[in-house]
Design a binder for this molecule. Structure first.
Ligand SMILES: [Zn+2]
Length: 331
């Protein structure tokens, strides 16, 4: 039943090479042979055979992303399957607001993390995901990306999907904002994340702050071919007073729904602290993680890219790594 639903929405969600150590690069080569993915524990049961779906146009080179390292944890949660999203027309995901695209099968979850990058907590989330050989979508705030570009680069380098979450986390339903200011929030957020990634465009995946969806901005994102992400279940981690609460709220809601896109915050300490135990619970409960990737990166608008670079508070863009700029010559 779920597979049929998946086929119906194939215009927006296509399934391709599954496996624990998926690789955009492998998929781009279109090899019929399975990628050399040997990650334990996440080998899917149904999708081992080559997909019957006709191969679409090759994936643009720009989508290629670093491959997650091979999994060394035989009991890891892993990644059960990877879906590729065609964001043309701005599809919406997450049943709290968008009810058209029911692509998750029973017991499947998508992990999403908002409001980063942030010191300590985002690296902690990355470490936990690496230990469990799994992945998520990071909806980064533009300003935070400019504060901590090196942390966002780590998110990307680890093979996770990077989306955006406005420039300053302004509520776009705020009547005091003009339509232009709302668009600026969206566009500057995209350009800031691109800047932080050293010029690599993020996925056209966007989440509205506080899940507030002004209709005219939903339309605008559709015109910009940017997918919108609400959620199926909110962990309410920002309200939690201790990590256990994050786990309890999430598992209770998930056990009721049976699947879903989970909203969390890598920005929050309790979430980072709760994540190791939460991922264990998911594994014990038979839940499987689905990775969501974009078919093509977002197209940022040049004027916002230029504005970011001109901003006096930002350092000059340099693609050179720290090690080539700063060297310890005595200590
Ligand atoms: Zn947020």
């Amino acid at each position: 039943m779920r597979i049929a639903a998946g086929l119906i929405v194939a215009g927006a969600v296509s399934l391709w090479a599954s496996g624990a150590a998926w690789s955009q690069a492998s998929a781009a080569k279109g090899a019929a042979a399975a990628p050399a993915a040997k990650g334990a524990a996440a080998v899917p049961t149904a999708a081992a055979a080559p997909q019957a779906a006709p191969a679409p146009a090759p994936i643009p080179a720009a989508v290629q992303q670093p491959v997650r390292p091979p999994c060394t944890n035989p009991n890891a949660l892993g990644v059960a399957r990877t879906v590729e999203i065609d964001t043309t027309g701005g599809p919406g995901f997450g049943f709290e607001h968008f009810k058209q695209l029911d692509f998750l099968r029973d017991k499947e979850v998508v992990l999403t993390f908002d409001d980063g990058p942030w010191p300590v907590n985002t690296p902690s989330v990355l470490k936990t995901l690496a230990e469990e050989c799994t992945t998520g979508i990071f909806f980064s705030i533009g300003k935070h990306a400019t504060y901590y570009p090196e942390i966002l680069k780590q998110v990307y380098a680890a093979g996770h999907t990077v989306g955006t979450h406005t420039w300053s986390h302004a509520a776009l339903t705020n009547k005091k904002l003009t339509e232009q200011q709302r668009k600026d929030e969206i566009e500057k957020g995209l350009s800031a994340v691109k800047w932080a990634l050293g010029g690599i465009s993020p996925a056209p995946f966007f989440r509205f702050p506080a899940l507030q969806h002004p209709p005219e901005m939903v339309t605008y994102l559709g015109e910009r071919n940017i997918a919108m992400f609400s959620c199926d279940l909110d962990s309410f981690d920002f309200k939690a007073s201790k990590p256990q609460q994050v786990i309890d709220v999430t598992m209770k809601k998930l056990d009721k729904l049976g699947k879903g896109i989970i909203l969390m915050h890598d920005f929050h300490k309790h979430t980072a602290e709760a994540l190791p135990a939460l991922l264990r619970k998911l594994k014990e409960g038979g839940y499987k993680v689905v990775a969501m990737r974009a078919k093509a990166p977002v197209k940022t608008l040049p004027q916002y890219d230029e504005e970011l670079v001109k901003d006096a508070k930002l350092p000059t863009i340099s693609s050179r790594p720290v090690s080539s700029v700063v060297q310890t010559i005595s200590e």
